[in-house]
Design a protein around this ligand. Structure first.
Ligand code: BJ8
Length: 382
């Protein structure tokens, strides 16, 4: 069994140690590409011999700096990402040779224009829908454009062969990470949802991807073992919660910890980088660019219109994870998730007959008391 590093599941420590790792990579001449979103076809970046790193954007500390240029009434994730960049407090941003963003929501795409003044930023134009004809062709062109940008920038040819290898490698990662997420199907789950989320975010700072996956596979085995030996047959009476909505890394303590401290278990994440991203593999038998186009076009984020895959995922996950209640977390000023929440609520309460709670929040601490009260009142109903 592998020896797990101390920082393995601790986001802040992993982030700090990641600085040294990324610095060492740069010193060896490895290019670094900063990314922001689940739509980014990471396989292309890896095939260009670069490492992809998710840029800092989960803290409210740099938001005052961001607000010198950006409106206050903007999603905290966007302000935080931009604030880290302008205040030069994200070393990953500092070391990045190139940033890759996508035209997902309006705030992000306009923020990328400003980022481009500080660091070269390639923006992929994302179609607004997922139809197999027009949207597919459009997005395929965008993947080819990114491939060419990476080839030019890093002076490398991305062959089909290299790309196929990267696709296989990333599919292997997805299966391992899915297995980890699926610990939540056990009752009682041998790991808290707060820890699952933190571990997943901390993983982004382990640049040796093979080792990182081996750690996760090992941790999953260890936890399954714990379940078999200590927990099996002792079903928990704590409500089982599914989290949906915007990315929750920036409100992990404020929302996720509060839910679990208040007596429920978070057992499933339907957010963009959660179970549904891991469950959909890239087809290894197709032309690699076609396969990547299909995979990433089908990410079921609310920026897509319509967005049926999110509802399919909710439908399946509520059953498979034996969910008692759904909590949707929407970051302030995120219009697409905010508007889609109406349909999510209807789907959860009417089609699935499950209780639903909507929480709109930002990265500040101002609403902690109110969120606490609402979560406790919701859990009492379950
Ligand atoms: S695939 S969820 S990472 S876009 S929360 S910045 S949408 S205003 S983060 Fe996202 Fe990609 Fe979708 Fe996932 Fe805009 Fe909304 Fe803010 Fe958002």
């Amino acid at each position: 069994m592998l020896k797990l590093p101390k920082n393995f599941e601790n986001y802040e420590e992993a982030r700090r140690e990641g600085f040294l790792k990324v610095k060492a990579l740069k010193e060896k001449g490895t290019p670094v590409v900063g990314i922001f979103c689940t739509y980014t076809p990471i396989e292309l970046i890896h095939a260009a011999g670069a490492v992809a790193v998710g840029l800092c954007g989960t803290s409210d500390a740099p938001i005052p700096d961001a607000e010198k240029h950006l409106p206050k009434n903007l999603c905290p994730l966007i302000k935080s990402s931009y604030g880290f960049a302008v205040s030069e407090t994200c070393p990953y941003f500092y070391f990045a040779d190139l940033l890759v963003g996508e035209t997902t929501c309006d705030g992000k795409k306009k923020m990328y224009e400003l980022l481009n003044e500080i660091k070269p930023t390639h923006v992929m134009h994302l179609p607004q829908g997922q139809d197999k004809d027009h949207a597919f062709k459009y997005w395929r062109e965008e993947l080819i454009r990114l491939k060419e940008v990476l080839e030019d920038k890093f002076n490398i040819e991305i062959t089909d062969e290299i790309l196929r290898e990267e696709i296989k490698e990333r599919n292997r990662e997805r299966k391992i990470l899915l297995d980890f997420y699926e610990l939540g199907k056990l009752n009682p789950s041998p790991i808290s949802g707060h820890k699952v989320n933190e571990t997943m975010e901390a993983l982004g700072f382990q640049f040796d991807r093979r080792t990182q996956c081996d750690f996760i596979a090992d941790r999953t085995r260890e936890l399954k073992d714990k379940y078999e030996k200590e927990l099996k047959g002792t079903k928990s009476n704590r409500p089982r919660i599914l989290i949906t909505g915007c990315p929750v890394g920036g409100v992990r303590d404020k929302v996720l910890k509060t839910i679990e401290d208040s007596g429920a278990d978070i057992v499933a994440f339907e957010n963009c980088s959660g179970v549904r991203e891991k469950a959909t593999l890239v087809d290894e038998t197709m032309d690699p660019i076609d396969a990547l186009t299909e995979k990433y076009l089908n990410v079921s984020c609310s920026v897509m219109t319509p967005n049926p895959r999110r509802f399919q995922a909710l439908d399946e996950m509520i059953d498979e994870y034996e969910i008692d209640g759904v909590i949707e977390v929407v970051l302030q000023a995120c219009h697409t998730f905010n508007v889609e929440a109406y349909n999510v609520k209807r789907f959860v309460t009417e089609k699935k007959d499950k209780p639903y709670l909507y929480i709109e929040t930002d990265y500040s601490k101002l609403d902690i008391g109110q969120i606490n009260t609402r979560i406790n009142a919701f859990l009492e109903m379950l």
